[in-house]
Design a binder for this molecule. Structure first.
Ligand SMILES: [Zn+2]
Length: 182
């Protein structure tokens, strides 16, 4: 990677991977996502997180988090669930989900990863409240609506994102944690 890249990244705040080009509307959404990320890292007193916009894929992954970076699929920039999706990825960062799960069996890995996803859903509610100023009920609803959209995609034959339970099961877990928000 060229040595000018890190300073460019800092100046722009985000990176566009590969040959993705963004419309002005998409650029506005990217700026909104970066503002949300910055508000979150400020609220939790964490180092700034770097955003990368990735080309469209068919893997059923709208966004992902890995070691201080988060990646958003360019297709998600038009989604009504973009902010809830980003809140989930930021939750992985806030919760420190960087450590690789190294347990003996595949089943144990799956259980541990599923638990992280459930915890990230719950934490994303708190992040939406603290960094976006949402009320609790509004935040829970935003997360549920995002998960319902994922469930509809699964119902149409789409893949369940690796490490996740079904979206319907994730909704049940979230509602159990926020019984007031039913
Ligand atoms: Zn996740």
């Amino acid at each position: 990677m060229a040595s000018v890249l890190p300073s460019l990244v800092l100046a722009l705040g985000f990176v566009v991977a590969g040959c993705v080009s963004l419309t002005p509307q998409q650029q506005d959404r990217v700026a909104e996502v970066q503002r949300f990320a910055d508000a979150t890292t400020t609220a939790y007193d964490l180092p700034r997180i770097r955003l990368t916009i990735e080309p469209a894929t068919n893997l059923g992954i709208g966004a992902r988090y890995r070691q201080g970076n988060f990646y958003v699929n360019v297709r998600m920039l038009g989604s009504p669930h973009l902010i809830a999706l980003v809140a989930h990825e930021l939750a992985h960062y806030v919760l420190g989900h960087d450590a690789v799960i190294t347990l003996v069996s595949q089943a144990e890995w799956q259980r541990a990863q599923e638990q992280r996803e459930l915890d990230a859903n719950a934490k994303s509610v708190e992040i939406l409240m603290r960094a976006r100023g949402m009320g609790q009920q509004e935040a829970v609803q935003a997360v549920i609506e995002k998960l319902r959209a994922v469930q509809r995609a699964v119902d149409r034959g789409g893949p369940i994102t690796p490490g996740h339970r079904t979206p319907a099961e994730e909704i049940a877990d979230l509602v159990a944690r926020f019984p007031d928000s039913r």
